[in-house]
Write a protein that binds this ligand. Structure first.
Ligand code: SF4
Length: 121
């Protein structure tokens, strides 16, 4: 027996609705609805190891600007997002912070760095 999962591809703004057939063993079968190969890669990853890029803010001490925006420089496993957010929320940085600065290296051993996407002087 097979199941079907319907996903919206978020790789580009077209947002194809992709159907993924999965077997009872969790194996991936037929993938339809994608307009390009990137949709297949997205659907396979979403069914096996879904990933997300995190965007957030980090508190800045000793500056009139109290927070600086940050994001991960690559997606992290969706299952680790809450733990990653706890690490990011714990952090305090001192100015100056420049866009592109690495705020946390190898966040929770995911291989992703947290980088600033704004400035704080
Ligand atoms: S399948 Fe291809 S065209 Fe469709 S949303 Fe994904 S990346 Fe865009």
């Amino acid at each position: 027996m097979s199941n079907c999962k319907v996903l919206t591809c978020i790789v580009c703004p077209i947002g194809c609705r992709i159907s993924v057939e999965t077997g009872d063993d969790g194996g991936i079968g037929k993938i339809t609805g994608n307009s390009c190969k990137r949709g297949i890669a997205y659907a396979e990853a979403e069914c096996t190891n879904p990933l997300r890029t995190i965007t957030s803010t980090v508190r800045v001490e000793g500056s009139q600007i109290k927070v600086v925006p940050v994001k991960t420089d690559k997606p992290v496993p969706k299952a680790l997002i809450m733990d990653c957010m706890k690490e990011i929320n714990k952090l305090r940085v001192s100015p100056p912070v420049r866009s592109g600065d690495v705020i946390i290296e190898d966040l929770l051993k995911t291989g992703a760095n947290v980088i600033a996407t704004g400035n704080s002087e």
